[in-house]
Ligand binder design. Structure first.
Ligand code: ZN
Length: 475
């Protein structure tokens, strides 16, 4: 064993020990102080460059006053009163953005070989460490694990983001999934939705083999309970789903089969994306989809990072991904990402570019685009780090930094219906803020995230990452 491996094994044992203790220790023994950089109180962040999340360009030389869990004031340094006794943190040369709102941010993760693990401990910490202060899980493998995790986070017993939970996936009988509800008809859809709505989930996610009748029934029943429905579709086209009253659509172009010539009703045409390399984004078919979505207020969720692993010619996966994964998972993910990039099951680079174009054009047409990581692909997009990669991919799609941050914060909050308190930086909003130890526009990525404020508590990003290093993918 090399020194590095010994060190890793030691960290792994420590991590598992910490997790076990966290799971069994009595409440009073829970102490997260060492992970906190700035305790909740009165805090003045001065001289910062601030993106407020509205899509407006950054303002320099700003002061943000945090009082408890709220933002009390924002404005040019010198014009904002700093309360006496405030802890003053000079952020010259640094950037502040709103806490990110991850809209496709599962509480579980799948490693390279498709083995899934509920990451209630490490995933929650990685989301927060990466600046993601709110998540919608968008499909649960273990709905009770999610509901319980949400309560633990709300109660301050587990470190993680604010959660919007999901019931079990809803798909059709043809699906080979072992964890989803394989619906036998609309009545079962209603029964499942009713049960989990009453148990307290916030959303449902329909999946690739649901029928129109089942999807319509699920939406109707969910809405009756004040719960919403999104979908990763295939058997149902986007326009059909909009007509059925769906609330959100996941994955952009990658999950819309309605442009495939071999599409027949309630069927998922195999390999439909492969034909999309020449899709005319300005053409009548695509524009009709956008019009239907926009007129019916149906937002789209971008998850570019989860598809990038399968695109030949893309830059290598960031090493920090492998560095945080459990060693055996890291090996798997590295092996499969090399295979996928080499063409096994790969996505045509032209189709990938088309997907970027699709999302940009949707926004230009007036659509509401949000974003999320989807950590359930081949493992190269773990919680948080994958969200940060999305920032770079949306820049590549042609959005400005301010627009990308709007997509990743304010727009997500709008989809969740919480934009009156989350997603932008303004007086009266919840103190969910991310400090980046760089000029973000010069850096071009979110890797220098240093302090993540959620509800006014400033978490130390590096310490949170260190607290889960070597166990991500396992627990
Ligand atoms: Zn998903």
């Amino acid at each position: 064993m090399t020194a590095r491996l010994v060190h890793r094994a030691f960290r792994l044992v420590l991590g598992v020990l910490a997790t076990t203790l966290a799971a069994t220790a009595p409440l009073a023994a829970q102490n997260f102080d060492e992970l906190v950089a700035v305790p909740r109180g009165t805090v003045a962040l001065t001289n910062a460059k601030v993106f407020d999340g509205t899509g407006a360009p950054a303002a320099t030389g700003q002061t943000i006053i945090i009082e408890g869990d709220q933002i009390a004031a924002v404005g040019p340094t010198g014009s904002v009163d700093v309360p006496s006794g405030a802890r003053v943190i000079d952020l010259s040369g640094q950037t502040v953005i709103p806490g990110l709102v991850g809209l496709h941010n599962h509480s579980y993760y799948t490693g390279g070989n498709g083995r899934a693990a509920q990451l209630s401990f490490s995933g929650s910490r990685l989301y927060l460490a990466s600046g993601v202060t709110t998540i919608r899980t968008t499909g649960a493998q273990q709905p009770y694990a999610e509901l319980n995790l949400k309560s633990e986070i709300d109660a301050g017993r587990v470190v993680g983001p604010t959660m919007f939970t999901t019931g079990p996936y809803l798909t059709g009988e043809q699906s080979s999934s072992q964890t989803m509800t394989q619906l036998e008809g609309p009545e079962q859809a209603r029964r499942v939705v009713r049960y989990w709505s009453e148990e307290g989930v916030d959303w449902f996610k329909a999946y690739t083999w649901i029928s129109r009748a089942e999807l319509g029934a699920a939406i109707e029943e969910a809405h009756r309970h004040g719960v919403k429905v999104t979908a990763h579709l295939c058997s149902v086209g986007y326009r059909e789903a909009v007509a059925l009253g769906i609330d959100n659509l996941e994955h952009g172009l990658f999950a819309n089969s309605e442009y495939a010539p071999n599409k027949s009703p309630d069927e998922c045409p195999p390999g439909f994306r492969n034909g999309y390399a020449d899709l005319d984004i300005q053409g009548p078919e695509v524009q009709a989809t956008f019009r239907d979505m926009i007129e019916n207020d149906v937002p789209m969720t971008s998850t570019l990072v989860v598809y990038e692993i399968s695109v030949a010619g893309r830059e290598p996966i960031d090493e920090r991904v492998f560095d945080v994964l459990a060693p055996e998972i890291a090996e798997e993910v590295r092996a499969i990402s090399i295979q996928r990039r080499a063409g096994r099951g790969a996505i045509d680079p032209a189709v990938y570019q088309k997907a970027l174009e699709y999302e940009k054009a949707f926004v230009e047409a007036g659509g509401l685009l949000a974003a999320g990581v989807d950590p359930t692909g081949y493992g190269a997009a773990p919680p948080g780090f994958g969200d940060q990669r999305n920032y770079e991919l949306l820049l590549e799609a042609g959005f400005s930094a301010a627009e990308v941050l709007q997509i990743m914060s304010h727009n997500g909050a709008k989809v969740l219906g919480i934009d009156d308190r989350v997603g932008t930086i303004a007086a009266g909003m919840t103190a969910d803020l991310v400090v980046i130890d760089a000029d973000l526009e010069e850096a071009g990525d979110l890797h220098d995230t240093s302090i993540v404020f959620r509800h006014g508590i400033g978490w130390d990003s590096a310490k949170l990452i260190d607290s889960v290093r070597g166990i991500v993918g396992v627990r």
